[in-house]
Design a protein around this ligand. Structure first.
Ligand code: ZN
Length: 459
């Protein structure tokens, strides 16, 4: 939001009547709408671009000569927890790859800590330099068979809805629950009608897909073939091409990203581990690969920015043009998507921005229930014969000499009792039956990719 004085300054600076706060000088600007590349200055006041396609004076100047400017990238679906670092570390490691906005489902931390985990995540999101947005976890636990640390019903999600970082409801992975109108699922879907509801519908097709979409679910990151993606596109579902560390769909889906579809296609990582981020990159790596596979260049950049923003209702970003949020990736090469600098909200990303973040008190430090392990407990007498070297062979039955893992606090019993109570309250036994009914059908269809995709919830 800009006050009257700032807005006036933006209008004046846009006309060149007063200096901008920051000018990126002589950069090659890629227009993700027309595909044109134009050498220009980019003028910025506060967090907003106020001028392009002209020369500007600024209080600070970045030399853009020999470089390209594209809109900052938007990862449309991910779980930061799966990167095995806190939101703060993720911010510091991934923002320099040009990823200026991420749309997260704090599903993993919510599975362990429930509302406390979501609160922590939102507190971090208010501190990160990167704009971390949140879709509220719709399926905690992911299935009725889990004994997770928490269960979130609509009443648990409601208090977070008005948080400025919250967009809507996260991946609705309990699609059997949707199709069979499970009361708990219907309560969540009803509450979020008119807002954003993220999809998760592996292999749903035909009238089952129609029924799922009838709930006003708008996106899917679970398509694993071009044919599946095309059916979903033809029914108005935006396709988020996922390339993570576990699920890799980019190769199969690349062909659906073209001049006709690029407004309805975006990119996501879902789960990406630190090694892959360090070695290959983040969304920059997906962009690089899509271009190398012959996808039309400015449509790839459009999917990574403007389309992503529109699909998720972020109307202030996704273009490098006057009036749009100043999230800009500066590249040494367009084809190679080599990011050399990032401007976010009008500020050049550097160590000073990360150092200025206020720390957030960690949570969940006592969520591991295992007792301390001493070396004595790991002692195992050597056996004679060939098994001596078969380090990875598992004994046929538990070794009576090895101590069993004890549930000292009776947590497993308590959690099991609680989930069965909750299932009974919400008609969950029916949901479990529905899930069982879908299971063989799905398993048969998923077999070719079985190792890459989990049955009900993709990673
Ligand atoms: Zn996910």
């Amino acid at each position: 939001m800009s006050d009257a004085a700032t807005l006036t300054r933006m209008i004046m600076a846009g006309q060149g009547k007063e200096p901008a706060d920051l000018v990126i000088r002589n950069v090659q600007l890629l227009d993700v709408i027309t595909g044109a590349v134009t050498q220009t200055d980019i003028a910025i006041v506060g967090d907003r671009i106020v001028g392009t396609h002209a020369s500007y004076e600024g209080k600070a100047v970045i030399d853009g000569a020999g470089r390209f400017a594209v809109p900052g990238f938007i990862d449309t679906h991910l779980h930061i927890e799966s990167s095995l670092v806190t939101p703060f570390e993720f911010d510091r490691c991934v923002l320099p790859h040009g990823v200026t906005t991420v749309i997260c489902d704090p599903h993993e931390i919510a599975n362990v800590l429930g509302a406390e985990g979501i609160s922590y995540f939102l507190d971090c999101a208010e501190q990160t330099v990167m704009d971390v947005r949140v879709n509220l976890s719709s399926c905690v636990p992911a299935t009725g068979f889990e004994t997770s640390g928490a269960a979130l019903e609509i009443g648990d999600l409601e208090p977070f809805r008005s948080h400025p970082k919250v967009i809507g409801l996260a991946e609705m992975m309990n699609f059997p629950g949707v199709l069979n109108a499970d009361p708990g699922i219907i309560a969540k879907l009803t509450a979020f009608q008119g807002g954003h509801i993220d999809g998760h519908a592996p292999l749903l097709a035909g009238t089952a897909l129609n029924g799922y979409l009838a709930a006003a679910i708008r996106t899917d990151h679970e398509a694993t073939s071009a044919a599946e993606a095309r059916e979903k596109l033809s029914k108005g579902m935006a396709i988020l091409i996922r390339e993570g560390s576990v699920s890799k769909d980019l190769k199969a889906l690349a062909e659906v990203l073209d001049e006709n579809t690029s407004s309805f296609v975006a990119l996501c990582t879902d789960d990406r581990n630190p090694l892959d981020i360090a070695e290959e990159g983040h969304l920059d790596s997906s962009i690089r690969r899509l271009i190398a596979m012959g996808r039309p260049l400015h449509h790839v950049y459009r999917a990574a920015s403007h389309s992503a923003a529109r699909i998720f209702g972020l109307h202030d970003r996704g273009l490098v043009a006057p009036g749009w949020r100043a999230d800009i990736a500066l590249l040494d090469s367009l084809e190679d998507c080599r990011v050399s600098d990032v401007v976010i909200g009008g500020r050049l990303v550097g160590p000073d921005l990360f150092a200025a973040r206020k720390p957030v008190e960690p949570v969940g430090l006592a969520s591991m229930k295992a007792r301390p392990v001493s070396s004595r407990r790991l002692h195992h007498p050597a056996q004679a014969g060939p098994q001596q070297h078969a380090g990875h062979r598992r004994p046929a039955r538990p070794d009576p000499d090895l101590p069993r893992c004890r549930d000292a606090g009776g947590d497993r019993r308590r959690i099991a009792a609680r989930s069965s109570r909750r299932r009974a309250e919400s008609g969950g036994h029916r949901a479990a039956r529905q899930e069982r009914q879908y299971r063989p059908q799905l398993r048969a269809r998923l077999r070719p990719q079985a190792r890459r995709h989990r049955l009900v919830r993709g990673p």
